[in-house]
Design a protein around this ligand. Structure first.
Ligand code: SF4
Length: 394
């Protein structure tokens, strides 16, 4: 590893900085590469299915979070063909918990397209034509799986490059320039290793806070480091947060088999095709006083203390949960179903809806799965009969 002979200098003239050498990063990678379950070891041939699957899972999710999902997903769908042939419910269920469910739908559609074609295409341009594959993922697959001279620019790489070149223009406006800077660095030899080396550098050395510059193979050419301004890059344009949305969720438990009333969300849009207990619309000005008009069926709904909060990419959500027990003779309204408690794990429930169910189980006398019904006095705030307002309610 290179060492800096002048570790305390702060304002080195930029013109004096050496150009970043891909070879220095590759040499560092050869010594410090992470051992990841989807990554080919030295001498092994990368498996395009594993590379593609990991890159889709890693979009906006951490390596630590993806590891167990990746292993389970591969155990369930060991080949691209097995994934392509699986029912969409099975794919969504295996994905549940990773968030961004449009990715799971695109993943399945992509598997079917590739299975029909016989193999993954091996160029960025052809990969871009597949569902769910954008510029970053196309570059990553082309470089890692097929050793193409392609750049894979994600948030980690943007951080490294904006520091390396002290890019003052804020993101996202600077994305084009950062991509061009990255492309100019990708070597003809070992482009796949170079892409993974950049990922590892961003994840382990050039971290958002307190980057370990003394261990960095590009310490000497790094302009931000020379100016002592590492943590001020990348510069970012101010973001406007989405407005808080509110709504009501209804957890109906059927007496006897303790099945839970669920429905499937529309196939496109937020949490598309995922399962959920019925909810109202989610609106900034949702009127909770009228929430029972949104109940899916007639029952003695009990408003539970507290709220369930969840932050989506573009807005935070606050749901007030209503719970009720209904008799076994009550039929599920049109488009809904009662799912036995033991089968809840098979439902593609997104994180927000798992929180709703956990809140209902924990905050009321509704039983935990498999437990006896034991109402807890004093924990219910409100009990009111309601009228069903929807077609199909019994
Ligand atoms: S020297 Fe520091 S800021 Fe510059 S690329 Fe390396 S770790 Fe990042």
């Amino acid at each position: 590893m290179e060492s800096d002979p002048e570790p305390n200098r702060l304002l080195r003239p930029m013109s004096a900085a050496p150009a970043p050498a891909p070879a220095a990063l590759l040499a560092w990678y050869d010594r410090h590469r992470r051992d990841l379950p989807w990554r080919a070891r030295p001498g092994e041939t990368p498996d395009a299915y594993r590379v593609w699957l990991s890159e889709i899972m890693l979009q906006q999710t951490t390596v630590a979070a993806v590891r167990p999902y990746f292993e389970r997903f591969l155990a369930r769908f060991p080949t691209l063909d097995s994934l392509a042939a699986a029912p969409s419910e099975a794919v969504m269920s295996a994905w549940a918990g990773l968030g961004y469910y449009s990715r799971a739908r695109n993943l399945h559609a992509c598997a079917q397209a590739v299975a029909a074609a016989g193999a993954f295409p091996d160029t960025e341009a052809e990969l871009r034509k597949l569902p769910g594959i954008g510029p970053y993922t196309a570059g990553a697959i082309a470089a890692i799986a097929f050793n193409r001279q392609a750049a894979a620019v994600d948030g980690n790489v943007e951080r490294v490059l904006t520091r390396l070149y002290a890019v003052g223009e804020p993101l996202p406006g600077a994305k084009g320039r950062v991509r061009a800077l990255t492309e100019a660095l990708v070597p003809a030899d070992r482009p796949g290793d170079f892409a993974q080396a950049l990922m590892d550098l961003g994840a382990t050395i050039c971290t958002p806070k307190r980057p370990a510059c003394a261990l960095c193979p590009w310490m000497r050419p790094c302009r931000a480091r020379a100016e002592g301004l590492q943590e001020t890059f990348p510069r970012k344009a101010p973001k406007s947060a989405g407005a808080l949305r509110r709504g009501a969720a209804f957890v109906a438990v059927r007496t006897g088999d303790e099945a839970i009333l669920l429905r499937t969300r529309p196939p496109s849009g937020l949490l598309g095709a995922m399962a959920e207990p019925p909810t109202s619309e989610w609106l900034p000005d949702y009127d909770l006083a009228r929430a029972l008009l949104d109940a899916p069926l007639e029952a003695r709904w009990q408003r539970l203390p507290g709220q369930v909060r969840h932050v989506f990419t573009h807005f935070p959500l606050e749901l007030t949960v209503f719970a009720a027990r209904v008799s076994k003779s009550v039929a599920a309204p049109d488009g809904m179903r009662f799912t036995p408690r033991a089968a809840l794990g098979e439902e593609p429930l997104p994180g927000a809806m798992k929180k709703v169910l956990a809140h209902a189980f924990a905050a009321t006398g509704l039983p935990e799965p498999g437990a006896a019904v034991r109402p807890r006095a004093g924990r219910r705030r409100e009990a009111a009969p309601t009228r069903a307002s929807r077609k199909g309610a019994p």
